[in-house]
Design a protein around this ligand. Structure first.
Ligand code: AMP
Ligand code: MG
Length: 335
């Protein structure tokens, strides 16, 4: 059996089930417009449920492994959290069989299993139960992202993108794409509905002029004005592809685009490990290169954040140095 085969299998199952929870919330609460003003936002309900589902799977199969998860149960506790708690419990239990169903206490415990501090030694998981909440609400891109980090290095990444077309050349075709990477074993994609996986690879462009870059829809998460200047320096003429969530990592890793720019908008924002762990491994296993805007390797060993890094640049490996240089030229002018 190959290295991390059991972890791979469980992570896929957990991400698929959590993605299904998100899809059903969208169908019933967002597009159905059944939420009232006093309800917690549907994205909150889906976020907590997805974390409970993934953490429950991980606990069952790898009880010793700690988890760095984005959410905690604070808002679900006490009288004020009752309505939300009941909704989250119903949704979470929707994916489990009778004998596996969680009590309220077990639900809160499962969510809070995501409170690990992270660090440089041993194994831990990093989970973003819904990355791209704005994309989720607008029916655009969002992703359930799970990674296994061992001694500070990402070893396994699984990402579920419920709204990403399985084939980018058929934007109106089937949606629901799952991405898997294991260190040293390559990067793969499959449809939610099909267990067969196909290997994925970065584009093979050699000139930045041929490149398409992608970035956040939200200019508050990545500077659009800086990226426009960088594109100009690189001779890029194609319009940027703006997309919410870590689906950007998936898109470049299967050659839908060539470059992902995440350019700091504030001096104080620190990136979170759950926003980049699985995506960074997918990139390198698909033959791409990734660094921060200073050219440093993303460092997943320092806790729940990427405290030693600033921004992210991912691209085809052959143009990465050139992209980095353009990024630094534009950013240095601002200082
Ligand atoms: P995106 O979908 O690429 O816009 O990224 C969504 C992620 O941006 C969320 O998971 C947040 O954790 C993260 N985020 C929130 N504020 C900022 C910020 N000021 N700079 C960069 N990322 C942020
Ligand atoms: Mg996120």
């Amino acid at each position: 059996m190959s290295v991390l085969a059991a972890e791979r299998k469980v992570a896929i199952q957990a991400v698929l089930q959590a993605s299904k929870v998100c899809q059903s919330v969208f169908k019933n609460l967002v597009s159905g417009e059944t939420i009232t003003k006093n309800d917690k936002s549907p994205v909150t309900v889906a976020d907590f449920s997805a974390q409970a589902v993934v953490n429950t799977y991980l606990r069952e199969h790898f009880p010793e492994d700690p988890i760095v998860g984005e959410e905690d149960s604070k808002d679900l506790r006490g009288d004020t959290g009752k309505a939300l708690r009941e909704k989250v419990l119903e949704l979470t239990n929707g994916v489990f069989s009778e004998s596996e169903k969680l009590s309220e206490d077990k639900l809160l415990e499962a969510i809070d299993r995501g409170n690990y501090a992270g660090g440089a030694t041993g194994r831990h998981w990093a989970l973003d139960p819904i990355d791209g909440t704005k994309g989720f609400l607008r029916g655009g891109q969002y992703a359930v992202c799970l990674a296994l980090i061992v001694d500070g290095e990402v070893q396994l990444g699984v990402m579920g993108c419920p709204n990403l077309p399985v084939d980018a050349s058929k934007p109106d075709g089937p949606r629901g794409s799952l991405f898997i990477a294991v260190k040293g074993q390559g990067a793969f994609q499959r449809a939610f509905s099909d267990i067969n996986e196909s290997p994925i690879k970065f584009s093979n462009i050699t000139s930045t002029q041929e490149a398409t870059f992608c970035e956040s829809v939200e200019s508050g998460h990545s500077s659009h004005s800086d990226s426009a200047q960088i594109a100009q320096l690189l001779g890029i003429t194609r319009e940027p592809v703006r997309m919410d969530s870590q689906a950007k990592y998936c898109s470049i890793s299967r050659a839908d685009a060539d470059i992902y720019l995440r350019l700091p908008v504030s001096a104080t924002y620190v990136e979170k490990i759950w926003d980049h762990a699985s995506g960074s491994l997918l990139v390198t296993e698909a033959g791409g290169a990734i660094s921060d805007v200073n050219g440093n390797k993303l460092d997943f060993s320092v806790g729940r954040t990427l405290a030693k890094n600033k921004g992210v640049i991912a691209s085809n490996a052959s143009i990465h140095e050139q992209v980095l240089k353009a990024v630094q030229t534009v950013l240095s002018k601002k200082q």
